[in-house]
Design a protein around this ligand. Structure first.
Ligand SMILES: [Zn+2]
Length: 279
């Protein structure tokens, strides 16, 4: 029984200068890959789903599967909603048994983000669930916003954490979602300034393709959760493409077809988990 909330793993990681990997899964195989990698590394992990999947008609089945995997694990596992866009999604995730949620109001004006996040936090905490908030939007790579990424200010971050009661806070320090077209300017000094005034675990979004040395430096400055989606899902996809080419149209049962891509994802995830836990 190792299903946990953020409060069972993230404050400890922050204190030790480590981070827990939070990986966006999309199906059984990607979830299985995360679990095998975390067990092999003997590190806590966060299984998370992007909010788009909350409109899948069988999201409760996906939630039950993740919970079951967490409960059987020998390492602590949190089941988390990534970028919850509405209060309804937060509620649905909690109804589906998630142990943690994110409410992302980072595109709202600061005061409104604060108010809505505070309501979501009260609701989550009443249900024994932890919550992540976000300020200073982390944009999508290749979009106009990613060209000039607005950074959060330390004062804003401190006020937001104190007034919303969130358990973890995502702040923009120069990363973007997806792959980068050019090397990102990650503000490590800025991460230091935020971590000096915000005591709760900080969250790095846009971990894919961020130079490892920068990620390690940020982890040592209070960022105890690192989100990765694109990088490991792409590893899975490319290996699947190889397998399909090898099969050349011949039938192979899907469970067998998925073995090599799952294995490739496990190897990639183990490298990341190892780096995050030994920065
Ligand atoms: Zn994100």
């Amino acid at each position: 029984m190792a299903l946990v909330t953020f409060n069972d793993i993230l404050p400890q990681a922050r204190q030790a200068g480590r981070a827990v990997g939070a990986f966006n899964i999309a199906n059984y195989e990607t979830a299985k890959a995360v679990m095998i990698a975390a067990e092999a590394e003997q590190q806590p992990v966060i299984l998370q789903v992007y909010h788009r999947l909350m409109s899948d008609p069988y999201i409760s089945a996906l939630g039950a599967m993740m919970r079951n995997m967490a409960e059987k694990a020998s390492v602590p596992v949190a089941v988390h909603l990534d970028h919850g866009a509405t209060f309804e999604q937060v509620k649905l995730a909690i109804d589906c048994g998630f142990s943690s949620v994110m409410f992302d109001g980072s595109q709202l004006p600061f005061a409104e983000n604060l108010e809505q996040t505070r309501s979501a936090a009260e609701y989550a905490h009443r249900h024994g669930v932890t919550i992540e908030g976000e300020i200073g939007h982390v944009p999508l790579n290749g979009t106009e916003a990613a060209v000039n990424i607005p950074l959060s200010t330390p004062e804003e971050a401190a006020a937001f954490a104190a007034e919303t009661g969130v358990d973890a806070l995502a702040v923009s320090i120069g990363t973007a979602h997806g792959y980068y077209r050019e090397e990102p300017k990650i503000a490590v000094d800025f991460a230091q300034q935020i971590s000096a005034v915000v005591a709760i675990p900080l969250v790095l979004h846009g971990g894919s393709g961020t130079p490892h040395e920068k990620v390690k430096a940020v982890i040592k400055n209070g960022f105890a959760k690192v989100n990765v989606a694109t990088e490991f899902q792409h590893t899975f996809q490319l290996r699947l493409q190889d397998e399909l080419q090898k099969q050349d149209g011949k039938f192979l049962p899907l469970d067998k077809l998925m073995l090599a891509p799952t294995d490739a994802a496990v190897k990639h995830l183990r490298t990341l988990i190892h780096m995050f836990s030994h920065p």
